[in-house]
Design a protein around this ligand. Structure first.
Ligand SMILES: Nc1ncnc2c1ncn2[C@@H]1O[C@H](COP(=O)(O)OP(=O)(O)OP(=O)(O)O)[C@@H](O)[C@H]1O
Ligand SMILES: [Mg+2]
Length: 381
């Protein structure tokens, strides 16, 4: 850069700052009232003062880096200095109002008429069939497809989603909004993020309902294409709460091939009929183990997924598809423990391929009558 070059104007710098996005809110810092001041020196040194939404914002380094980069690109800039300040309570309240409106009670955006977010609840009758594993793999596979995805770990007692996604950061609070951490491009919230260490949660029904409501209403999700909820096993309080809070949520039933498990899974699916929720489909997990010689060992039997799909189709009077059969693969567990879902860590693995295919089916599916309660009773019942 030559010394004869003119320094940019303050307007030029402000225009360049439109390219700097708040990493949590995903909007330009110029739109969020986060630019406190811009000073351009004759010597080409530009000082930008930025308001962080909260003190100790975990993403301040990202904001500083992006600001330096955006302003540094301008002609005539010799150096960029970023000074950080923190918003006052009033500023935070203003910001919250500009993002969420001025409603006294927080509303659940996904339950509003016209919401474009598809909500899938991953449910099962039995525990340990792979709901959480399926949830995180579908989430990152959908994010990879370019969709904006959020995950709610609604398994308040057995929260495992943050670990499986490798989401180590804590949520931050801006006024009354909770900013969800992100991992692999997916926004995630879990009760595990609010309890110290591994403290077990011993909450009763009404508190669970309140916690879920908060996750849905107080968390700033932005415009999501897909929201996945990882439900606890069984047909308990949380499933009913979800149905009340987001009536348009669709149910994904996970089962193993085992007949006994399939019967339990059917009951979990049947709750959708009482709550009049749509059944998006069935995913069979742990379907077989492929031996090195290419043989399929059916460790947990066969046919459970198809049985559940057929039975739910019959009882709802609409086709409930078997979306996929995910084989057993030790790498699925290992990568889950390591915080990188299989579809990212080993995309070529057969189990990853099936999960990616299910993610595709659920992403491109147009809204239709599939799996919807038609209010008819099949003959002979
Ligand atoms: N296809 C698979 N191959 C190998 N291991 C798997 C597979 N699916 C799940 N697992 C492993 O099985 C265990 C249970 O899976 P997961 O936690 O996803 O089930 P869950 O239904 O969410 O359980 P819970 O009911 O306790 O919430 C985990 O250790 C997981 O890594
Ligand atoms: Mg689970």
């Amino acid at each position: 850069m030559t010394s004869t070059q003119q320094s940019p104007s303050v307007e030029d710098v402000r225009a360049a700052l439109k390219d700097v996005y708040d990493p949590e809110i995903k909007k330009p810092i110029t739109d969020l009232g986060m630019v406190k001041d811009v000073v351009v020196g004759d010597d080409g040194v530009v000082t930008v003062s930025v308001y962080l939404t909260v003190a100790g914002c975990p993403l301040k380094d990202t904001i500083t880096r992006d600001t330096t980069k955006a302003v540094g690109k301008l002609d005539g800039v010799r150096d960029v200095r970023v000074e950080l300040d923190v918003m006052s309570d009033e500023q935070r309240t203003e910001l919250r109002k500009s993002l969420r409106g001025d409603a006294a009670e927080p509303v659940i955006p996904f339950a509003q008429p016209g919401s474009l977010t598809r909500v899938y609840c991953v449910a099962s009758g039995k525990g340990g069939v792979g709901k959480s594993s399926v949830t995180v793999n579908l989430a990152v596979a959908m994010a990879e497809r370019g969709l904006s995805v959020g995950v709610v770990d609604a398994d308040i007692y057995g929260h495992s989603v943050p670990r499986m996604l490798g989401a180590t950061e804590k949520p931050t609070k801006v006024d009354t909004m909770i900013m969800p951490p992100q991992a692999h491009g997916v926004k995630v919230i879990s009760i595990g993020m609010f309890t110290p260490g591994n403290t077990p949660v011993v909450w009763r029904g009404p508190m669970l309902h309140r916690a879920l409501q908060q996750f849905l209403a107080d968390v700033f999700w932005g415009d999501l294409d897909i929201l996945l909820l990882d439900l606890p096993p069984g047909t308990g309080d949380i499933a009913i709460s979800v149905a009340q809070l987001i009536p348009n949520a669709e149910i994904l039933v996970v089962t193993t091939p085992q007949q006994a498990a399939a019967e339990v899974a059917e009951r979990a699916g049947a709750i959708a009929m009482q709550t009049r929720q749509r059944l998006a489909g069935v995913i069979e997990n742990m379907s077989w183990l492929e031996t090195p010689s290419g043989e399929r060992m059916e460790i947990f039997g066969a046919g459970g997924g198809q049985t559940v799909a057929d039975s739910l189709s019959k009882s709802t009077g609409a086709k409930v598809p078997l979306l996929g059969q995910v084989p057993l693969d030790p790498r699925l567990r290992e990568q889950g423990d390591a915080g990188t879902p299989l579809v990212l860590a080993e995309p070529e693995a057969p189990a990853a391929q099936v999960l990616k295919d299910v993610a595709k089916q659920l992403s491109v599916r147009a809204r239709g009558l599939a799996g919807m309660m038609l209010n008819v009773t099949p003959k002979g019942r």
